[in-house]
Design a protein around this ligand. Structure first.
Ligand SMILES: *Cc1c(COP(=O)(O)O)cnc(C)c1O
Length: 354
């Protein structure tokens, strides 16, 4: 159905739909089944489900590889970490998502891996650390410091050293960054965020263009049972249909909010790569003040998570697992698709309390 010339917007809308046979639904149905009639692709619900396939087809088409849906972003990360040979080195950003760091640190503590944390914006440091490593884990932009890695350069150097590269593409989405095209071996998503886009799903995915790696990841999922629900895949498929529209609007809003924050006298250290829907900044007056600001907004919801249609913000260090490279007074703002003037009014009003 899809030639390589179709744009991402068209793929987001059209991929992963059932064959156009008379009477067929336009959307893949939610199939609730633990067992399926033998002779098809799978016959047990831990090995496959048509609702997973629909989501995997559209995400895979957008990323340019084959996708496998997981129970959560964390389960998707774990499936990739599980491929690392015993005691091999793993390079990862010191400012990676807290849950990812918790997993990696735990593996290092048990002696399963040799963990090397790096500043992901220091390309040469990443390349040097990657030299005899099994895996370079990138996250770009990072959550919540919005650090951007030079994925293409790092992937080229890692390939020379025989080191696999995985990119957590949650913040960028395949509409702003296609890591497989930049030379990465794996893309990982928390589809709970922008891909689903409505703060109603926990879901993850791993995408790869390598058939052997795909089979290995699929085996991890089936054997460990970190499988997604059919309902979650259906919701994520529905969400991804509008990803391009949501992203364009939220990004335009985020860019404007980041620009206006520059002239605020009560915030500093505004972090925004110039694209994407998430930004962070530090509130003057310290963590208590940052906490207060985030708790008194009206349009913006005080909540964790990100990437929904609604704007949300929080002081990240209120979570005990947040790494200390994240400043105590840092607020992460996930900009939604509301009217930008309403969001800005709320930001100004909340900051006025300082
Ligand atoms: C949320 C998040 C995860 C974890 O995903 P879950 O779906 O919550 O398990 C991983 N990486 C990044 C960058 C995230 O923001």
């Amino acid at each position: 159905m899809h030639g390589p010339e179709l744009s991402s917007s068209t793929i987001a809308v059209g991929a992963g739909r059932p064959a156009r046979t008379p009477g067929a639904p336009l959307n893949a149905p939610i199939t609730l089944a633990s067992a399926l009639v033998p002779g098809g692709e799978s016959e047990y619900g831990r090995h496959g489900n048509p609702a997973w396939t629909a989501f995997e087809e559209v995400l895979g088409a957008l990323e340019g590889g084959r996708a496998l849906a997981f129970a959560s972003g964390q389960a998707a990360c774990a499936a990739v970490f599980d491929l690392v040979p015993a005691r091999a080195a793993v390079v990862a950003p010191a400012g990676a998502y807290s849950g990812t760091l918790v997993q990696l640190r735990e593996r290092a503590r048990r002696g399963l891996i040799d963990l090397r944390l790096v500043d992901v914006t220091d390309t040469q440091a990443v390349v040097d650390a990657a030299d005899d490593a099994a895996l370079v884990w990138l996250e770009s932009p990072t959550n919540p410091l919005l650090e951007v890695a030079d994925v293409e350069h790092i992937a080229a150097e890692a390939a020379r050293a025989g080191t696999a590269v995985a990119v957590d593409n949650t913040f960028a989405t395949p509409l702003r960054q296609k890591p497989l095209e930049l030379g990465a071996d794996f893309v990982v998503h928390s589809a709970s965020k922008l891909i689903s886009g409505h703060s109603d799903v926990i879901l993850g995915a791993v995408v790869t263009g390598n058939p052997r790696a795909h089979r290995a990841i699929e085996a991890r999922r089936a054997n460990l049972g970190a499988i997604p629900g059919a309902m979650e895949c259906w919701l994520a498929t529905r969400g991804i249909r509008t990803l391009h529209v949501r992203l364009d609007r939220a990004e335009a809003n985020a860019r404007e909010i980041a620009r206006r924050l520059q002239s605020s006298s009560v915030v500093s250290g505004i972090r925004y790569p110039g694209w994407g829907t998430i930004l962070s900044f530090e509130v003057q007056g310290g963590p208590e003040m940052a906490q207060k600001v985030t708790e008194q907004s009206d349009v913006i919801t005080h909540a964790t998570s990100l990437g929904g249609v609604e704007s949300t913000w929080e002081r990240r260090r209120r979570h005990a697992a947040e790494p200390d490279v994240v400043p105590e007074a840092l607020v992460r703002l996930s900009v939604g698709i509301e009217d930008v003037e309403d969001i800005w009014y709320d930001v100004e009003r909340s900051l006025a309390a300082i």
